[in-house]
Write a protein that binds this ligand. Structure first.
Ligand code: NAP
Length: 205
């Protein structure tokens, strides 16, 4: 039988308990065998601010998932020399998997709503199911406007408490407010040790 693999894509700047809960609930609700976190390397679409070095985001993702059964982290997008396109990542997973596998690409609603701007986006439904995490009753009206082929492979995973965001965490570090219990302890220590997020964010030109 094909191994059901959740590919958890995101910038993870930084990773937090919201991401971990989203991954775990997707795994549980969809009966996935494993979850692979794939921190984005050079996101082609991020124009608002400079993001943290890939190696730091990768290290934090590794620390957050260390020892968690069925969770792992892939360097594939971090190591890629060219911009990160999800379609390439999914093809790579399918080609390089030792066993037959069925892919479920998990990402945030905001990102998913922009899917029509992604490279070769109409290929995505041929490669994976698309999973997005919402709060119960949260307006998902925007999804109706997506092409039929995308909507056909869409799966919504509802999570009661899902309000943490990376933006909020970066702001809290910058303002000297704590981030305890918003991120795993080792991630909190890493942010402190590497002095991440202390400076005002720099717009990307
Ligand atoms: P992002 O900035 O990481 O996230 C957008 C929103 O979704 C944020 O609110 C974020 O919350 C949330 N989120 C991110 N990852 C999540 C996850 N796995 N589960 C639940 N919520 C999540 O998004 P992004 O960098 O735009 O892209 C997300 C994924 O889409 C990445 O894998 C990226 O490579 C892919 N993508 C591909 C293309 C392309 O192929 N051309 C273009 C755009 C995006 P936080 O801020 O708290 O993380």
């Amino acid at each position: 039988m094909a191994e059901k693999t959740g590919i958890m894509g995101g910038t993870f700047d930084p990773i937090h308990y919201g991401h971990l809960l989203a991954a775990e609930e997707s795994r549980r609700q969809l009966g996935l065998d494993r979850i692979v976190f794939v921190p984005a390397g050079t996101p082609p679409h991020k124009t608002d601010r400079l993001i943290t070095r890939g190696e730091d985001r990768y290290a934090m993702t590794l620390l957050a998932t260390a020892g968690v059964r069925d969770f792992s982290v892939s360097r594939t997008e971090i190591d890629r020399k060219r911009p990160s396109h999800t379609v390439d990542t999914l093809r790579e997973f399918l080609e390089q998997s030792a066993r037959p596998c069925e892919l479920f690409f998990i990402t945030g609603l905001d990102a998913l709503l922009g899917i029509e701007t992604w490279a070769d986006f109409m290929q995505l439904p041929t490669l994976c199911s698309l999973v997005t995490v919402t709060r119960p009753g949260y307006a998902v009206a925007g999804l109706q406007t997506l092409p039929e082929a995308i909507r056909r492979v869409l799966k919504l995973v509802e999570i009661p408490q899902f309000a943490i965001s990376s933006t909020e965490i970066r702001a809290r570090v910058r303002d000297g407010r704590g981030i305890r219990f918003l991120v795993p302890h080792l991630v909190e220590q890493y942010i402190e040790h590497r002095e991440l997020y202390r400076e005002p964010e720099v717009p990307r030109i």
